[in-house]
Write a protein that binds this ligand. Structure first.
Ligand SMILES: Cc1cc2nc3c(=O)[nH]c(=O)nc-3n(C[C@H](O)[C@H](O)[C@H](O)COP(=O)(O)OP(=O)(O)OC[C@H]3O[C@@H](n4cnc5c(N)ncnc54)[C@H](O)[C@@H]3O)c2cc1C
Length: 348
């Protein structure tokens, strides 16, 4: 903004904020960039253009030329890299320290992280360390250009309502972005940008956790969910990961594939690639069985083309029953074992 013009309008000196630019914290999925990174870059570019600032991607851990180029062609003006192998595996304490040091020094106006397992762990801690606010699971980001304020919109009550928040005082403004909420930008291979190496100081970080084993994500199901004839999905109603095994068992008995709601993904019982719905897989099986799933529109949007829907839910008023061909009112912990038993006896 032209400060001279603004000062002449308000009649007093305006202190220019030292905070500038929009930062996107990069996350990898396997050897590639996590899709949410590109989705965030698209939004960061749009917001940065309206503020007249740069988009900077922060890449912790070893990076490749190809990934840095991908960040630039998708909207980054600068890529901060720290090819320190100690940052290859995510560590809450180390990442918080490195990022909070960087933010304190670089003073970005806005910091975006993915609402992924890592982002959800890191962002609140980082916000607390920086003494600022955090908007989580955002699915709309706009700018009030006059106030240079981020308007962050996020769902409440599982998507029933939406709220838009601002952080008027503290800087940086921070948000986590819901994967799948935005389209990735069209990459422009002719874009140019800078790669800057950053120094990190992590020798003094007290790491209270130790990574014992990294359990890789299950490889994609042999039959992609979109092509499966039978899909059995589980939701938050399963209660815990151990009970989610009932969904897997029922799918196995029926020769089907396992899916799940966002609720199950958020709980960490299944990977994102198995999420069914608006921001997950759109499926069209002959038989869809929804177990312990409320039936939010965002979930149901992914199964509209199913030929036959069976729902198991203990709440007789659950929305899923409005769209099911057969509804079983009951506890999944009782209904699923009984179904599995019946089916096994019928098959063998
Ligand atoms: C932009 C946006 C995109 C989204 N995209 C998706 C998407 O792609 N897919 C998706 O699924 N969601 C999506 N969501 C989230 C969606 O709005 C819901 O929050 C989510 O589907 C809820 O998951 P759930 O039904 O498993 O959990 P909950 O809403 O917590 O429902 C759990 C259900 O289980 C039942 N239950 C509890 N205990 C038992 C038991 N013992 N036995 C039987 N039933 C039980 C409860 O009655 C309840 O109905 C999106 C939201 C937004 C805002």
């Amino acid at each position: 903004m032209d400060l001279d013009f603004w000062e002449s309008m308000v009649g007093e000196a305006v202190e220019e904020s030292p905070y500038r630019d929009i930062w996107v914290v990069v996350e990898k999925k396997g050897d590639a960039l996590a899709p949410v990174v590109l989705e965030m870059l698209g939004q960061a570019r749009r917001l940065a253009d309206s503020l007249g600032v740069y988009v900077k991607a922060v890449f912790l851990g070893e990076s490749t030329e190809e990934l840095r180029r991908e960040l630039i062609s998708n909207g980054a003006d600068v890529v901060y890299v720290s090819d320190d192998p100690r940052l290859n595996e995510y560590s809450t304490e180390i990442y918080t320290k490195v990022l909070s040091d960087l933010v304190e020094e670089g003073k970005p106006e806005i910091v975006l992280l993915g609402a992924t397992g890592i982002g959800r762990d890191l962002a609140p801690r980082l916000a607390q360390r920086l003494g600022t606010a955090l908007f989580t699971n955002c699915l709309r980001l706009e700018i009030d250009e006059m106030q240079r304020q981020l308007l962050a919109t996020y769902p409440l009550y599982g998507g029933e309502y939406f709220q838009t928040g601002v952080c008027p005082e503290a800087r940086p403004q921070m948000a986590t972005v819901l994967p799948g909420a935005f389209r990735p930008p069209l990459p422009d291979p002719s874009r140019t940008g800078e790669v800057e190496t950053i120094a990190v100081n992590i020798d003094d970080v007290k790491v209270r956790t130790k990574v014992l084993k990294v359990i890789g994500e299950e490889t994609r199901p042999e039959v992609p969910l979109g092509k499966a004839k039978i899909v059995v999905s589980g939701g938050r109603g399963l209660g815990d990961a151990r009970s989610f095994a009932l969904v897997e068992e029922l799918a196995a008995v029926l020769g089907g594939q396992v899916g799940g709601s966002r609720g199950a993904v958020d709980e960490g019982w299944i990977g994102e690639e198995k999420q069914v719905g608006l921001t997950g897989a759109q499926i069209a099986p002959d038989l869809y069985i929804a177990c312990g799933i409320a039936g939010a529109i965002q979930h149901y949007a992914g199964v509209l083309d199913s030929k036959f829907v069976v729902a198991v839910n203990k709440d007789p008023n659950a929305t899923i029953f409005q769209v099911a061909d057969v509804g079983i009112v009951g506890d999944v912990h009782e209904v699923l074992p009984a179904l599995i038993k019946e089916l096994k006896e019928a098959v063998y």
